[in-house]
Design a protein around this ligand. Structure first.
Ligand code: UD1
Length: 344
């Protein structure tokens, strides 16, 4: 065993895939999740893949007493991966205080408790949203941070600054900020995947739901952008690839003395793919038509952003390996599995 890791938000989309990778790398995982955007059956999926059921606490990370009780019960927690956060851009515009309270209080609580309970490292889920609309692509970790376009995005920027200030205060804690591009797809076993509550905001869950007939059609938000086919461009990264990067980051933070007290990495593929190209890739690899129509632009959308992952490639020894086609296959298999199970 490599040690015990607390994964906040571990039944969520990225958290569940990361839990599987941590377990297969020899870590013991404890999940805390309030199940606000996930459900407890995810634990069954994790167990079916890895053969190990992670310890699960239904709780909220904004609840300091709940967190304390976990650290009291497991005094050997070595590291934390903090996924627990609200992430719907539109909702954050309508309910900013809820977003600031949830995303930031969670972080304050964890940071405050880490030195008290001797927790050595925190991996934080950040986002390429911090780069806003970049002047140049691909973005590197040194590309300018732009003013956030939503309260959600702002919580990520503020969180990065809070962590940096905390580390600079000289606490015996390290932190790695991981800036994700657009995580998509599902575990190849189709045992876990993305399952948002209600109508999906993000592209791929909406696309697969439209393809299977749960939604009438996918709305493509704009085809008149300054891009080769007029649709927005993103860096779609396979969620299992992304999950593996967390293991590399944690290994380095906990084991490698060369690891700085604060490190930042872009987690992307290095390649931009347009919304229309993604739809085509899905249709081609799965032999399924996606009903879609072009509609107006979505307010606040970034036109094009993709990441330069060379720092993560070099220092973490990690690289995104799964193609966008293969990723679209896993997304579809996951949607089919949900149908088979009668979930949707
Ligand atoms: C957004 C956030 C990102 C956050 C992610 C997770 C910003 C700028 N981006 O990413 O930080 O981590 O959500 O929630 O804050 N699209 C359609 N039709 C749809 C849905 C999406 O055409 O029904 C298009 C969008 O216009 C966009 C692309 O697909 O061009 C990706 O959208 P989405 O999946 O929502 O992710 P982002 O907006 O890139």
């Amino acid at each position: 065993m490599k040690g015990r890791i607390l994964v906040t938000g571990g039944t969520g989309y990225i958290g569940s895939h990361t839990t599987v990778e941590l377990q297969s790398a020899g870590y013991e995982v404890i999940i805390i999740d309030n199940l606000s955007n996930s459900n407890v059956e995810v634990l069954d999926g994790i167990e079916r893949i890895s053969g190990v059921r992670p310890e699960f606490i239904k709780g909220d990370c904004t609840d300091m007493d709940c967190l304390k009780s976990i650290f009291e019960k497991y005094p050997d927690i070595k590291g934390i991966i903090n996924f627990a956060a609200s992430k719907a851009v539109g909702e954050s515009v309508d309910k900013p205080i809820m977003y600031y309270r949830n995303n930031l209080n969670t972080l304050y609580n964890l940071l405050e408790l880490m030195p008290v309970y001797g927790v050595k490292g925190l991996v934080f889920s950040s986002s390429c949203t911090v780069y806003g609309e970049p002047d140049e692509n691909p973005v590197t970790e040194n590309s300018p941070i732009k003013k956030a376009t939503s309260p959600y995005g702002n919580t990520k920027q503020i969180a990065e600054e809070v962590i940096a200030d905390f580390i600079a205060s000289g606490v015996p804690v390290k932190s790695t900020l991981l800036r994700y591009f657009n995580p998509v797809g599902a575990h190849p076993s189709a045992e876990i995947g993305e399952l948002p509550n209600g109508v999906p905001n993000n592209l791929v869950p909406f696309l697969t739901q439209a393809a299977i007939g749960i939604r009438k059609e996918l709305s493509v938000f704009g085809n008149d952008y300054d891009t080769p086919d007029g649709s927005c461009i993103r860096d779609f990264i396979n969620v299992v690839d992304l999950a593996k990067a967390h293991v590399c980051a944690l290994d380095r933070m906990l084991e490698n003395p060369d690891c700085e007290s604060l490190e930042i990495y872009n987690l992307g593929t290095g390649k931009g793919v347009s919304v229309l190209e993604l739809i085509n890739a899905f249709e081609k690899v799965n032999g399924v038509k996606v009903p879609y129509k072009i509609v107006g632009r979505r307010t606040g959308d970034i036109v094009k952003v993709w990441g330069d992952p060379s720092k993560a490639n070099r220092i973490l020894g990690w690289k995104a390996e799964i193609s966008v086609e293969e990723t679209m296959r896993t997304a579809w298999n996951w949607q089919l599995k949900l149908r088979e199970r009668g979930v949707m």
